[in-house]
Design a protein around this ligand. Structure first.
Ligand code: ATP
Ligand code: MG
Length: 174
């Protein structure tokens, strides 16, 4: 899957709707410290289903919602949309939204889906929230210090078989 556009609304420092277009080839994001570069990568991981507040540098899940500044009030929701193009040229939009007090909701092409459907979609595309293709600040040293089981999970994501484990756990639970 080729990701073509990331759209953020009320996510962390991106209070106003912001589009990041991703063209084929290399995309560079440059800017001063604290301008939101890491927040963009976190938005991508969050929309793919990341549920660890810690790895999103927050204390709780609602910390991804714009918390307000001296001049602007806080928001009540955050929404991130990933527009992708699949190998068959079909466009695919995945949206995750969180509202204060009500938790997260996911949509694929406008249809309400479960978190698991989104996890499976990206696991099969080998680009999940924990994909080794997404390297956050400080992550390299974390990879070096990883336990064998954690390293195996990274390799499985890279090999595109992580989705099989989700399905197996599902089958075993039935
Ligand atoms: P560096 O170059 O230092 O790595 P960066 O460009 O990666 O910086 P980020 O870490 O993405 O910057 O952005 C940090 C900014 O996002 C801080 O100014 C922080 O206050 C702001 N921020 C984070 N969460 C929220 C939130 N929930 N509401 C408003 N602002 C937020
Ligand atoms: Mg950063």
């Amino acid at each position: 899957m080729q990701i073509k556009r990331l759209r953020l609304t009320g996510f962390k420092s991106f209070v106003d709707p912001a589009d990041l277009r991703i063209e084929p080839g290399l995309t560079g994001i440059v800017g001063p410290n604290g301008c939101g570069k890491s927040n963009l990568l976190e938005a991508l991981r969050w929309a793919m289903g990341e549920n660890s507040a810690k790895s999103l540098r927050g204390g709780g899940m609602e910390d991804v919602i714009f918390a307000g500044t001296q001049t602007r009030p806080a928001r009540n929701f955050a929404e991130v949309s990933i527009l992708g193009e699949q190998d068959d040229d079909e466009e695919l939009e995945v949206v995750r939204r969180i509202e204060r007090g009500t938790g997260s909701a996911y949509r694929i092409n406008g249809r309400d889906v479960r978190a698991k459907d989104v996890a499976l979609l990206f696991a099969d595309a080998a680009t999940g929230a924990h994909s080794p293709a997404l390297v956050s600040q400080g992550r390299i040293s974390a990879v070096i210090a990883a336990k064998p089981a954690e390293r195996r999970a990274m390799l499985e994501e890279a090999a595109g078989i992580a989705g099989l484990h989700v399905r197996r756990r599902d089958a075993e639970a039935k």
